[in-house]
Structure formats: C-alpha cells, structure tokens
Design a protein around this ligand. Structure first.
Ligand code: SF4
Ligand code: SF4
Length: 68
C-alpha cells in the first residue's frame, strides 16, 4: 500500500535517498512510502527532520508503516 508522506516540500527529497529498501518514491509531485517494503528503521524520518522541511517530524514509525 502506498502511503503519502509529503507533498514534496524539498526540491530534492532527503528521505528518499536514505531508504535502504527503496520503499520511498516520488509520484506525481508527492512523496510516498510503500508500506509493504518499509521495515520501520526510521532513517527517512531522521533525514527529513535533519535536512528537509520536517514533514515527518511528528510522524511515528508506525505511522510511516501505516500500522497505526
Ligand atoms: S520535507 Fe521530508 S519527506 Fe518532504 S521532500 Fe523534504 S525530506 Fe522529503
Ligand atoms: S522507515 Fe521505512 S520508508 Fe523510512 S527509511 Fe526505513 S524502511 Fe525506508
């Protein structure tokens, strides 16, 4: 299942590049997580908060995985 996480706030999504299992993708101007691939490591959240515009700051890993 694709879970939209951001309307692509950054010119280049920092979170997308750190996902080891390539669960994050850009589609039609938005950033999505494939919850079937996500292993809940939280690296995307760290990258987003550190370098991006904090779209994932208030999101738990369970939310990213769509398990909440
Ligand atoms: S705010 Fe976060 S999720 Fe959105 S594009 Fe920037 S790094 Fe990616
Ligand atoms: S929490 Fe999921 S989407 Fe985020 S970097 Fe880890 S595997 Fe990828």
């Amino acid at each position: 299942m694709l879970n939209v996480i951001c309307p692509h706030n950054c010119k280049d999504c920092y979170a997308l590049h750190v996902c080891a299992v390539r669960a994050i993708s850009e589609r039609e101007g938005a950033i999505y997580v494939d919850t079937g691939l996500c292993i809940g490591c939280g690296c995307c959240k760290t990258a987003c908060i550190s370098f991006g515009l904090k779209a994932l700051e208030d999101k738990t890993v369970a939310w990213i995985m769509n398990a909440a």
